[in-house]
Each structure stands twice: as C-alpha cells, then as structure tokens.
Design a binder for this molecule. Structure first.
Ligand SMILES: [Zn+2]
Length: 403
C-alpha cells in the first residue's frame, strides 16, 4: 500500500550524503516555504542547523534559480547590514495544471507561492470525441499557455493532467475514464507532442485525488488532517486523505466512490461502468439534473430555491445516496470529516440533512466521534488547481532537479 509521503520538515541535522548540496537546497527551500513569516539568512541558519556561510551560498543558488526572492531590507536598531527577508518567488517558476473532464477542459498556472496566474475553462461536451482529439486540443491550449508564460517571464517547470478515471500516472496512461469513454489512452504521448512541452515533466493523475490535494493545501494549519473528499461531476470520485497524506491504494486507484453501490434495483438504468446501483447514477451531475428535470446546476439551484418538488426530491435522493456511500467509507477508514467538492458546494444546503441523517445512522463510531460535513473551500476548479499545485509541490521538494 502506497501513500504520498508528507513533505519533509526542516530538521536540526543537515544532510550528510553525497548529494549533500541538493538535499540542503531542499532543506533551505522547505524552511522558506513552511515559515509562517519571511525568514532572513540568519533565521534560516538557525532553522536548518546549517552554517550562515552555507545558507548564504544556497540562498544565492535558489535566488538565481528563481525559487525565492528577497524582500526590501528590514531596518534594525543594531549596527551592521540590515536583514533581508526571503520569500517564495511569485514571478519565477510556475506549475501548469490541465483537466480533461466530461463537459469541460481547463488549465491553470500556479506559482511557487501558490498564486494563480492564469485560469482557463473551455465548456464543451467531450463525450463522443476521440481521446486523441481531446488531448490534441489540450496540447494546443497548454502550448499557448506556455508561450504566454514565456512572454511574462515565467518559467513552466512541469504539467499535470487531471482526468476522471484510473491512471498509471508515471507512465502517463489513462486506464479507464468511463464517463469520457476512454480506455488505455496514452495521454502523455499525445500531450507531449506539443513542441512547448519538450523536456517538461508530464504526469497524469485522478481528478478527485488532485482536488483533495488542493483542499489539503488550502486547509493548512493543523498539520495532519484526515478527510474524505467527494468530488461531484458527471461522475463522482473521492480523494482519501489520512494524516495529511493522500491515500492512493495499492496501484493508485483508490477513491472510486462513484461506483460504490447504493441500491440494487435492476429496473433502473445501469452505470457507464456496466454495474447497477452506482452512486453516480443517483448523485452524479447528469443523474441529478435529469431527475430534477433541469438542464444545468444553476437551474437546479433556482428550482430548489423555488421549492420545486422534482428538484427537492432529486437532491434528497442524491443526499441519501451520498450519505450511504460516505458512511461506508467512514466505517472503513476511521475518518470523521467529509468534504464536498465539484458541483456539490452550492447545493450543500439541500444535501446536508439527508447526508447527515445517513452518516449518523450508519457510522458505528458516530456517537463518540460525530461525522462532520462541509463544503470544499477551493471551488469547482479544485482538480485543475490541484494539478498545478502538484507540479509546484514537486519543484519545492527537489529544487536541484529544476535548476
Ligand atoms: Zn459504476
């Protein structure tokens, strides 16, 4: 079983390996990235346990590599050179996130400090299109984005593509994305054909996992949170975060909550995966809109606000199904927090009571540790932002590889 390693915390003992400099670069960068306020070179020496001379050399390399930048010198009361604080650079290296989803394509550019420089969404139904055509369109889009970054003096250091399905991330393969109709698609090969992507690391990951990572990044604060992130789109996926790390499962294919059964009524239409009673056939976007008799999530919100019976009934059914599926996961995982993402946050007012009733009735530990439900704080773009953040996270963890 594989979990994503938590980022290394700065330690008092500097590394003593042959790759000493590379590891110390990472150590210093980590200290800058995790500091609650900007640190000077002297602060960094104290935090990392490295000498001031070593820290100064490493800081110069990181400034040159555009990982960190210097703020205006701080005035001090004592004599000598004023201290200069260091922060992650907002105008140097950037990560690019892409998303191929069922009814839209998206791209985001995020800098090392976590600021979003660019966010593009192209709304169009991707079902029935050849995977290669979708990926070529994404390749064109990311090519234009990298050109724009070049013009703005930003250096793209990698691309991660989010897809709603099972992926072999390092190989860049999408094994299956049922709602897109993709099977064994070599996404990295098609995307990599864009000349602007030559030499850039390219990864593919599951959209709910990336959404959960974006939520984890935003959460901050308490260090090692555990939560079940449920992303509602045409399909429904989950990202499982345990003690601050994404739990990916044995092959990276965990979190397919959309295909957890919530009923076994064979008279109802079966799921795109071929099975009967899957969560997403009740709580996925298409199922929800069809049951409510509306065309869009906005129309569903209007109908629910106007207390239209079909809309309220559809949302109640979705809430019950989400509660049943989430209760199963909570019983298995010993997690108390459920975070709703994708289309669900603006609908949570109508989903909450049914989800909470099912959680309360079905989670064995509910009496002692009541399940908590909340809307995600990142919004509908969580997966594509998480994709861009995953590139940034990798650059921050191994700066020497990007110099
Ligand atoms: Zn299914």
């Amino acid at each position: 079983v594989r979990t994503e390693p938590a980022p290394a915390r700065p330690t008092a003992a500097p590394a003593r390996q042959s790759s000493l400099r590379d590891r110390n670069l990472a150590l210093v960068l980590e200290a800058v990235a995790t500091a609650s306020e900007p640190l000077s070179r002297a602060d960094l020496a104290e935090t990392t346990g490295l000498t001031r001379a070593t820290v100064s050399t490493l800081v110069d390399v990181l400034i040159e590599g555009r990982f960190i930048s210097e703020l205006e010198p701080r005035r001090t009361r004592t004599a000598g050179r004023p201290a200069t604080d260091l922060v992650l650079s907002g105008d140097g290296l950037v990560g690019i996130g892409l998303e191929a989803n069922v009814d839209y394509l998206a791209a985001s550019v995020v800098d090392l400090a976590g600021c979003v420089h660019r966010h593009t969404v192209v709304h169009a139904d991707q079902r029935g299109r050849e995977p290669e055509a979708v990926l070529r369109e994404l390749a064109r889009l990311v090519g234009q984005i990298i050109d724009a970054c070049d013009r703005e003096g930003l250096r793209a250091v990698g691309v991660t593509l989010a897809v709603p399905g099972l992926v072999d991330g390092d190989a860049g393969l999408v094994r299956t994305a049922p709602n897109l109709g993709w099977t064994d698609v070599d996404a990295a090969a098609v995307l990599g054909s864009a000349p602007q992507l030559a030499g850039l690391p390219l990864h593919v990951d599951n959209e709910a996992n990336l959404g959960a990572l974006a939520e984890l990044d935003r959460g901050g604060g308490d260090g090692g949170p555990s939560f079940l992130y449920i992303s509602g789109e045409i399909g429904v996926g989950a990202g499982i975060v345990i003690d601050g790390s994404l739990f990916r499962g044995a092959r990276g294919w965990s979190g397919e909550i959309g295909h957890v059964a919530v009923h076994s009524d064979t008279s109802v239409a079966s799921c795109r995966c071929g099975a009967v009673g899957c969560l997403e056939t009740v709580a996925g976007q298409d199922a929800l809109l069809a049951a409510a008799g509306v065309e869009s999530v906005d129309a569903l919100i209007q109908a629910a606000t106007a207390s239209r019976r079909d809309a309220l009934r559809a949302l109640a059914a979705a809430g019950r199904a989400l509660g049943v599926a989430a209760a199963g996961a909570l019983n298995m995982l010993d997690v108390v927090d459920v975070v709703l993402g994708g289309i669900y946050p603006p609908l949570i007012a109508w989903l909450r009571s049914d989800i909470e009733r099912e959680l309360g009735a079905r989670v064995l530990s509910a009496r002692w540790a009541p399940p908590r439900l909340r809307a995600g704080s990142v919004g509908a773009e969580a997966a594509v932002l998480g994709a861009a953040h995953s590139v940034v996270r990798s650059a921050l963890a191994t700066p020497a590889a990007y110099l």
